[in-house]
Design a protein around this ligand. Structure first.
Ligand SMILES: [Mg+2]
Length: 364
């Protein structure tokens, strides 16, 4: 463009890519085996103005088909392209990378995170203010793991005492165990809202039956997430139309086009946004589609460190109006490779005035 006024010093001069391994308190089981550590990838970009931007990829094969090896390789192959780009062109860079690495969304998300971190640091404003600055504080739920009913009850009681007002649990495996655990959580924390996430685990009729059984026990969840397999929008609509419990689409929505398909099918009341499904830039489009279709919004996460989680907190606070916030931290702060970012005190994140995402690498 002729006569265009640009910021000075916002071109990328260097790109560093490294593996980010963080031990987990409890192993995380997926179909191919247990994971004992978070295996993510960190990208650091450096600008002419010496500002650094950080981005994290949090891949998980069953969700996005990526793992640490593929995300690392993708980021390596973007290195040459990124050097010399101007971070203020983040939308063009994002569009270009989506055209090439369309299937590598967590790697693209890491790049977008680093671009926006460095850009908002160059502007000297916090990321959430750049996105819109709707809220200064957000409240998260907390997940009660799949444990036996007595443990679930005790955990729910502890979480309620800590101040949590919304508890989430995973269902969709064994109906009787699921029902027993939900009842136990309700007994342990009678005043808490309960969110259930089936992670595609039920057939439509099973999902409807599950809600009927809970109703017989006097339990009405506040949210029922992804009751059926992601491609079965008709099945999800059957569940939604059979109940007044709000149904959320999670695995069904990775892209803005997916969000539009959910809206057209009218198969969900809410859409769950996760930056590791859509990237940071496309998450804004999904939010816009949901709002314009009068659908509620939820935000969730994968297995991210403070960096990825903090970015989602900035997104939720910046846009505002999320009905459900599922951003509970799961890494021991002592094991976190980062410090800073939104300040967390159960169950709230408070935004700070620090520029960018506000995350710093711990000095080792
Ligand atoms: Mg989910």
């Amino acid at each position: 463009m002729h006569g265009e006024k640009r910021m000075e010093g916002t071109k990328i001069t260097n790109v560093y890519i490294e593996k980010l391994n963080i031990p987990l308190d409890a192993p995380f089981t997926i179909a191919t085996g247990a994971k004992y550590q978070i295996e993510n990838v960190l990208i650091t970009i450096e600008l002419e103005n010496r500002i650094k931007g950080f981005g994290e990829a949090a891949p998980l094969e069953p969700v996005n088909g990526e793992n640490q090896g593929t995300a690392f390789a993708t980021l390596q192959s973007c290195r040459e392209y990124l050097i010399g780009q101007d971070v203020s062109d983040y939308r063009q860079i994002s569009k270009h990378l989506k055209g090439v690495f369309w299937a590598q969304v967590t790697a693209r998300c890491a790049i977008e995170m680093s671009l926006l971190d460095a850009f908002t640091k160059s502007l000297n404003i916090p990321l959430y203010r750049f996105i819109g600055g709707a809220e200064n504080q957000i409240e998260t739920d907390y997940t009660v793991d799949i444990v036996d009913a007595d443990t679930a009850k005790a955990n729910a009681k502890t979480l309620a005492a800590k101040g949590y007002r919304t508890l989430k649990t995973k269902v969709g495996k064994k109906l009787n165990d699921d029902v027993a655990r939900v009842i136990a959580i309700k007994e342990g924390a009678p005043d808490c809202r309960i969110m259930l996430d089936a992670n595609q685990g039920y057939a439509p009729n099973e999902a409807i039956h599950f809600l009927e059984v809970l109703e017989k026990h006097g339990i009405r969840p506040e949210l029922f997430e992804q009751p059926v397999v992601k491609h079965d929008l008709q099945g999800m609509k059957r569940v939604k139309d059979s109940t007044s419990v709000p149904v959320a689409a999670d695995e069904s929505v990775f892209t803005a086009a997916d969000a539009l398909a959910v809206v057209k099918a009218d198969c969900a009341d809410l859409i769950n946004i996760k930056i590791m499904k859509s990237g940071l830039v496309e998450a804004l489009d999904i939010a816009a589609i949901a709002r314009s279709a009068n659908k509620g919004l939820m935000i969730g996460c994968m297995l991210e460190s403070k960096l990825g989680l903090g970015t989602s907190v900035h997104l939720a606070a910046g846009l505002g109006g999320f009905n459900f916030i599922d951003l509970d931290p799961h890494i021991d702060p002592a094991l976190e490779p980062f410090i800073g970012g939104p300040e967390f005190a159960d169950p709230y994140y408070r935004m700070t005035s620090e520029a960018g995402i506000g995350i710093h690498k711990k000095l080792s």
